[in-house]
Design a protein around this ligand. Structure first.
Ligand code: NAP
Ligand code: HSE
Length: 436
């Protein structure tokens, strides 16, 4: 006679945050309860939802689950604590309290991971619990676990993509409507894509945090938000977008993380970038995200989908809840932080890419040669030049071959102080051309 298996115990889930993402996590935990129980092997029971204002009713969250005592909820020893508050504090202290109480943690908090992931990973290891964070980068898109698990046997050389939905929405609308940045930002705020204070998105902080997380996983090294060169989109004008369009390009805010040629360092950067309209990233419109990973054996792999929004992000959170819940039942743990490569975070000057330079110059003999000499002085090779004259002035649009960012910066400095150059109208990096 066989002994029946004991009925699987129930697993408890504490939710810190009941906003855009948290309310959708609560909804899915409730609506998909039977399927989740079957997939995990035990029922998941939501034991509390921590918010600032527990008296305010929330759609889909029973009032008796709401609490403003987040310390007690985090430290009560639930099997899984889900942090979807955002920001650095109290999120960090609450996660640490949860781990100290033996809970595994799922978080969507890219800002905290990029600023102080080391403390969280160390605490997870110390307390023997999981720390999962798929939702922190690119919303619904399964990206972090493919990097951490599926590509763990390969050597990643480059990660490049669109990881911020708000800025992609704005840049797409500027491209499609020829509209100004300020007008489109207002529209993005009215539609709920951009927040009332859009700084984190439009100035590239959100993308830089995600780039740091991607680089850490891709290159098995620790990269923080401070290691990332960051430029936002607030200075991109309707004229820049039109000039890019004229040349067959579209402007995207790209996050790029690259292994150096000697494999001893990484350069991680976020900046507006000109991308050929024929490149797959050019077709990523609105609030969607897309990321290319280039690895030695795999070649190029592309990930695409909804990078923001309550339900898409909750999908990634639920996937993590299922994963860590299975570990709780089997008494196992997922992999921790992998930083064995100890690579140097290199300055953006070490990046190698192509450039577009738009100059207003005096239209007189020798100017073109003088401008070309400035590029030559710094070893920057010109790919194409287009000149349009008007009166005694001419517009020169120069596109370069691949060059070091530091060499291009020195070229621009020299051009700015050159007598023949009336103004440097625009400079932008170019990615995604054949051979780059
Ligand atoms: P949100 O809508 O602002 O919700 C935040 C929730 O946390 C609210 O319920 C709020 O309570 C609660 N909260 C915040 N600070 C608190 C505090 N000090 N004490 C008690 N409760 C506090 O934010 P969200 O958009 O859901 O984002 C949550 C996290 O997910 C962030 O880390 C964000 O970066 C990440 N994320 C968001 C998205 C997205 O598309 N929204 C996508 C990917 C990742 P009240 O409701 O009472 O104010
Ligand atoms: N503000 C972020 C974006 C949310 O626009 O992409 C997703 O992380």
């Amino acid at each position: 006679m066989t002994t029946p298996h004991p009925a699987p115990r129930e697993l408890t889930v504490a939710l810190l945050g009941g906003g855009t993402v948290g309310s959708q996590v609560a909804r899915l935990l409730h609506e998909s309860a039977d399927d989740l129980a079957a997939r995990v092997g035990a029922p998941l029971r939501l034991v509390g939802v921590g918010v600032r204002d527990a008296a305010r009713p929330r759609d889909g969250i029973p009032a008796d689950l709401l609490t403003d005592d987040l310390e007690a909820l985090a430290a009560r020893g639930a099997d899984v604590v889900v942090e979807v508050l955002g920001g650095i504090e109290p999120a960090r202290s609450l996660i640490l309290a949860a781990m100290a109480a033996g809970s595994s943690v799922v978080t969507a908090n890219k800002a905290l991971l990029a600023e102080d992931g080391a403390t969280l990973f160390a605490a997870a290891e110390e307390h023997g619990v999981d720390l999962y964070y798929e939702a922190s980068v690119a919303g619904a898109i399964p990206l972090l676990r493919p990097l951490r698990d599926s590509l763990a046997g390969d050597k990643v050389r480059r990660v490049l993509g669109i990881v911020n939905g708000t800025t992609n929405f704005i840049l797409s609308a500027m491209d499609e409507q020829g509209a100004d940045y300020a007008d489109v930002l207002a529209e993005a705020q009215a539609l709920g894509y951009a927040e009332a204070d859009p700084t984190a998105d439009v100035e590239g902080y959100d993308a830089a945090a995600k780039a740091a997380i991607l680089a850490s996983l891709a290159f098995h090294t620790r990269v923080t938000g401070d290691d990332v060169h960051r430029e936002g989109i607030s200075t991109v004008s309707a004229q820049d977008v039109a000039a890019a369009r004229d040349m067959g390009f579209v402007i995207k805010l790209l996050a790029v993380a690259e292994l150096s040629d000697d494999e001893k360092g990484v350069v991680v950067r976020v900046h507006p970038t000109m991308v050929p309209r024929t490149h797959p990233l050019a077709g990523v419109r609105g609030a969607f995200n897309a990321v290319f990973v280039e690895a030695d054996a795999a070649g190029q792999v592309m990930f695409y989908g909804r990078g923001a929004g309550g339900a898409p992000t909750a999908s990634a959170v639920l996937g993590d809840i299922v994963a860590v819940s299975r570990h709780r039942l089997s008494g196992s743990l997922g992999p921790g932080e992998s930083t064995y490569a100890h690579l140097d975070a290199l300055p953006v000057g070490d990046a190698v890419t192509r450039y577009y330079v738009n100059l207003e110059v005096a239209d007189k003999p020798g100017v073109l040669a003088a401008v070309a000499q400035c590029f030559a002085d710094h070893g920057v090779s010109i790919q194409t030049v287009r000149q349009d004259g008007h009166g005694d002035e001419a517009r020169l649009v120069v596109r370069t071959h691949r060059a070091h960012d530091s060499a291009l910066a020195a070229t621009i400095e020299q051009l700015r102080s050159h007598d023949a150059v009336r103004s440097v109208v625009g400079v932008m990096r170019v990615e995604g051309e054949e051979g780059s």
